[in-house]
Design a protein around this ligand. Structure first.
Ligand code: CP
Length: 320
């Protein structure tokens, strides 16, 4: 079987394949009868060692709409709290013969470690500061749909400039999006205060900026990220007012520097800090709720494709 651990492990044609697979589920989810038997008889365990609203719920909805039995394990109520190790937890989940495991964990690499201990496909729902691959994929799908409405029917983002602004240092979303958007042809600018910019972004193909106004100029898309205060460990926590002044996306800033840009945010948003409410709620240019909608379709596609082998259908190894 194959896992979905990060965008870094995907070829461009595999990303395009997963996006193409998700299109059918976008239409399906907009219909009335949202039930398929594609994964009937399969058990999916969502094991979340960190908080989540969007990712957990959309994986649960995705599995249920595909007809699977879906079980959620919340670490706060699990035996992890009694000192059970990650590996023992993985062995325990494996013994229950799940057909797919969806894991979120606060440590980079933890999901890959679990994947090495179990017999079924593992989907990374976010591991520490490393990757959040289904977020990268759903963002690409949301962007593709928004561009289509603007008359751009290309399947990729060649020639486009996307600025990702916020706490890049701690962001698995930034990494997965950088890799995914670049694979699909976009130029990616990363904008953050110096202390929140990781080393080596140029080596990954990203263009680093510390001045938000400069980064915004010429951008087709701006993706805002929140400050991950839970991961700062005392390193650098600017005041919210100072941060908003320098890096907050306001109407004024957007109109002055990128008057046609689409606005994205993976959520959860801190309104009034990295993004103002009147920007987040712009009906014509903010695609934040569309990102959430696409999350269900992408996760349906990923669960479907990754369990094909187990269901005796050619997997993506054969199709892609
Ligand atoms: N975008 C995202 O991962 O949101 P949650 O933390 O709510 O899952």
């Amino acid at each position: 079987h194959r896992d979905l651990l990060g965008i870094a492990k995907l070829e461009r044609h595999e990303i395009l394949f997963l996006l193409a697979e998700a299109e059918q589920w976008v239409s399906f989810n907009r219909g009335k009868a949202k039930h398929s038997d594609a994964l009937s008889g399969l058990t999916i365990i969502n094991a979340f060692f960190e908080n989540s609203t969007r990712t957990l719920l959309s994986f649960e909805i995705a599995g249920k709409r595909l007809g699977a039995d879906v079980v959620n394990m919340h670490a706060a109520q699990s035996s992890v709290k009694k000192g059970e190790t990650l590996i023992d937890t993985a062995i325990t989940l494996n013994a229950m013969r799940a057909d797919a495991l969806v894991i979120r964990h606060g440590s980079s690499g933890a999901v890959e470690l679990i994947a090495s201990k179990v017999d079924c496909p593992v989907l990374n729902a976010g591991d520490g500061q490393h990757e959040h691959p289904t977020q990268g994929l759903l963002d690409a799908l949301a962007l593709r749909h928004a561009l289509r409405e603007r008359g751009n029917n290309g399947e990729d983002f060649t020639g486009m400039t996307v600025t990702i602004c916020g706490d890049i240092l701690h962001s698995r979303v930034a990494r997965s999006n950088l890799l995914c958007l670049q694979a699909l042809g976009a130029s990616v600018r990363l904008c953050a205060p110096p202390a929140l910019m990781p080393a080596g972004v140029e080596a990954m193909g990203g263009q680093p900026f510390h001045d938000f106004d400069t980064a915004l100029k010429g951008s087709d898309v701006v993706m805002m990220l929140r400050l991950q205060n839970e991961r700062m460990q005392g390193a650098f926590i600017p005041s919210e007012r100072e941060y908003h002044h320098l890096y907050g996306l306001t109407q004024d800033r957007l109109q002055r520097h990128a008057p046609d840009a689409l606005v994205m945010h993976p959520g959860p948003m801190n309104r009034g800090v990295e993004i103002d409410s009147d920007v987040a709620d712009m009906l014509d240019r903010s695609i934040i709720t569309r990102q959430v909608e696409m999350g269900v379709a992408i996760r349906m596609a990923c669960l479907d494709v990754l369990t094909r082998r187990a269901r005796g259908i050619d997997g993506w190894e054969e199709l892609a």
